[in-house]
Design a protein around this ligand. Sequence first.
Ligand code: TRP
Length: 346
Amino acid sequence: MSEADQPTTAFTPRVFSGIQPSGGLTLGNYLGAMKRFVDWQARDIETIYCMVDMHAITVWQDPAALTRQTRELAAGYLASGLDPARSILFNQSQVPEHAQLAWVFNCVARMGWMQRMTQWKDKAGKNQQNASLGLFAYPSLMAADILVYHATHVPVGEDQKQHIELTRDIAIKFNHDYGVDFFPVTEPVIEGAATRVMSLRDGSKKMSKSDPSDASRINLTDDADTIAQKIRKAKTDPEPLPSEAAGLAERPEARNLVNIFAALSEQGVEQVLAEVGGKPFSEFKPMLADLAVAKLSPISSEMARYMQDPAQIDAILRDGAERARAIAEPILHRTYEIVGMVGARV
Ligand code: TRP
């Protein structure tokens, strides 16, 4: 794309991210997403977080499980410090402008763009003919999630980079086709490898709720004894900890535990190693277990408290959806007007 094609409009900085309500929150979700989203609140920028229930149903979801997982995810965010007065927290289906803008984008994006998405290829598997049409169009709905707020910053994991690039392509093509400078070309804010939490049983695999071994992960619902025991049993190597980060290069399990310690204690890896370098795991693991319990047990008890009161969660989400709509509605109607639809209110 040439310099001249770049939109020149200045957009108000606004953070948006979407999270799948897929159930089973882990330490990986906490450090990789929840804590980072909460940290954005401290900066002087509007923050909008959406639980993407419409994306979730692109593959089969048991209705009762979807309801529970959506509330659980909301409870997890609130318990992690997401302040519903400062951030907007809501579920996607309650702001119909997402689906409405997605339809316009379905008519802007090309089949070939969707076909190239690695997440589509992975999720559809060998039998693409049998995948849902929604799964194919997933990235177009994701672009609508972002652009219906004119969001400028989107914190996501590395695996979502391709979808953000597609969002940029949709914005550029829309602006170009209609001769406007209306949608921002959104920046991904990719989480660093340092916040990627790996399995406690295999330092080369991501910590995941779907790993068959429960010992591989720390769940946000684990009690203090369980957390301590999982850390005690975490796979390591026989060497003591190195004093510098370079010494972790070929030691994925050691690196993972040090990264977790650094993230939970809000220090750099070098700072942590300055303190624990030379110590054997038999000394480091209890330190990590104490830290993890201290940080996570208030979250899990607060989460349990919210889950006792689903009406409170639902009220927070309703309020979030209303505030989200107040932003999304004028942007959708301006889009309709640009497209030439009669009756668009602006
Ligand atoms: N696809 C994202 C994921 O699986 C979730 C998502 C949906 C999202 N809409 C979004 C992320 C908009 C960022 C912005 O993680």
